[in-house]
Design a protein around this ligand. Structure first.
Ligand SMILES: *[C@@H]1O[C@H](CO)[C@@H](O)[C@H](O)[C@H]1NC(C)=O
Ligand SMILES: *[C@@H]1O[C@H](CO)[C@@H](O)[C@H](O)[C@H]1NC(C)=O
Length: 119
């Protein structure tokens, strides 16, 4: 059994404090080989929102997984391209992280972060 915890947080408040990501904490347990989706909803009035997913393993510093600013557009770290994906939905303001073919090494804390520019 794998255990994945995730937190969502605002990385930076550029314009107003109304920019935020919702759902403070979740956790998911899954079996090796399965696929899981970690949810992240954000609440931003800005037209330009960048969403980021990071992974933190033990005491190491958070590692960049991917960023999205529109649908599938954004960057994905080379070593995460194979099994990690996300599609940003700006209508419902969500950026779920999908992890496929889970491995034991995926057990970690995942962070979803929002950066929004001025509206
Ligand atoms: C987003 O934030 C605004 C301002 O705080 C609030 O009025 C609105 O209800 C929030 N929307 C959601 C979906 O939480
Ligand atoms: C966004 O989510 C809504 C509600 O689930 C869905 O109807 C819509 O097709 C989605 N948009 C994209 C671009 O996936």
């Amino acid at each position: 059994m794998l255990s994945l915890d995730y937190y969502v947080l605002s990385l930076l408040f550029v314009s107003t404090l109304t920019e935020n990501v919702l759902q403070p904490k979740g956790d998911v347990t899954a079996t090796e080989g399965e696929a899981v989706t970690l949810d992240c909803r954000y609440n931003s009035s800005s037209t330009t929102s960048y969403l980021y997913w990071y992974k933190q393993d033990g005491n190491h510093s958070p590692k960049f997984i991917l960023s999205r600013f529109k649908l599938d557009e954004g960057n994905t770290a080379d070593d995460h391209k194979e099994r990690f994906s996300s599609t940003l939905n700006s209508t419902v303001r969500s950026v779920p992280l999908k992890i496929q073919k889970l491995q034991v090494s995926d057990s970690a804390v995942y962070y979803c972060a929002l950066w929004a520019s001025d509206p």
